[in-house]
Design a protein around this ligand. Sequence first.
Ligand SMILES: CC(C)(COP(=O)(O)OP(=O)(O)OC[C@H]1O[C@@H](n2cnc3c(N)ncnc32)[C@H](O)[C@@H]1OP(=O)(O)O)[C@@H](O)C(=O)NCCC(=O)NCCS
Length: 346
Amino acid sequence: MKGIKILGIGAYVPENVITNDDLTQLMDTSDEWIASRTGIRERRVVSGDTTVADLAIKAAQDALKSANVTADTLDLIIVGTSTPDMIYPGVCCRVQDALGAPHAAGFDLALACTGFVASLVTAEQFLRTGMYKRALVIGADIHSRFMDWTDRNTSVLFGDGAGAMIVEASETENHLFASELHIDGTKGCDLKLQTNITNCPLVEPRSAISPYLTMNGREVFKFAVGLVPTSIQSALKRANIGLNDFDYLVLHQANHRIMQAMTEKLGIEPERMVFNLDRYGNTSAASIPLVMNEAVLTGKVKPGDVLVLCGFGGGLSWGSTILRWTAVDHRLQDQQSVQEPATVAP
Ligand SMILES: CC(C)(COP(=O)(O)OP(=O)(O)OC[C@H]1O[C@@H](n2cnc3c(N)ncnc32)[C@H](O)[C@@H]1OP(=O)(O)O)[C@@H](O)C(=O)NCCC(=O)NCCS
């Protein structure tokens, strides 16, 4: 089995910012309620004809820059998304075309907010066995098109975005230590988004179906706080890494109260958790690479840091993976080389 190297990371969010105050035009809510119950202050949403593939392509281009590799070297593209623009072709096909990655195989993987972790773990299997050498893993979702914007229980929580990571097989190094994936279909109804396409007109019609995301918030809260910390502990155990021996917890950015309760349950200081939920809301499959990208760009996460990535959400589903960030981020190097002449000759 080969080892895994992480080469780069990238992200993209749409420009349109919707604040909590903006939402008061659509429903009976307040900045105070949303911020205190969730930690969210604003989110990004797509406008016009922007597609989830457009976001995924921009995040992928950013990750290629970070890794300093070209798209024609990619062998595999996996897009974790549960809000594709089309049933087919898959988002991966549009990404492949736009990037110019003719040698890449690919598929989309729908596992809601666990989509990125599940896609990364799936890519890992192809690389470890030697079937492929280099993979692009994307998490991208546009939930703003699947919201009832008068439903204050759900619509205030979500935002749109995309994140991407480039990983490759290595003969000499391994920086992906252990992973776990789970689903519990018995609780699927607690968080769901159904298609409401009609039956053939010659047969009994389907029952009326909500085209919007529906959620039992309290049950999802209980599930996340109850099961997810156990999965983190179990992945750490398999990696032989203690609770004090990793640097940052990169949790799916769903709700700050959920995240806080998880750190309490694990006995981890909240400072060891990366956080950008306040500015983007829950971006579903995008949230982990989005927050990780920010932590790398701001220098919070440094080469050598061990990270615990953990996604959870619709399915219900959850999964954790433990990795070491070792990549030299070429976006940061480029910034330094642009700034250097100014410091030499002010
Ligand atoms: C959704 C969530 C924030 C609701 O918080 P809560 O404390 O459980 O709130 P409740 O559902 O008990 O609602 C309390 C009251 O606030 C109201 N309320 C709900 N959303 C509101 C909003 N956006 N603004 C103002 N009031 C709101 C409710 O209608 C209810 O009013 P009532 O008592 O008059 O019926 C919380 O359950 C949660 O975070 N769940 C997890 C959701 C999640 O993260 N999902 C994605 C996982 S991937």
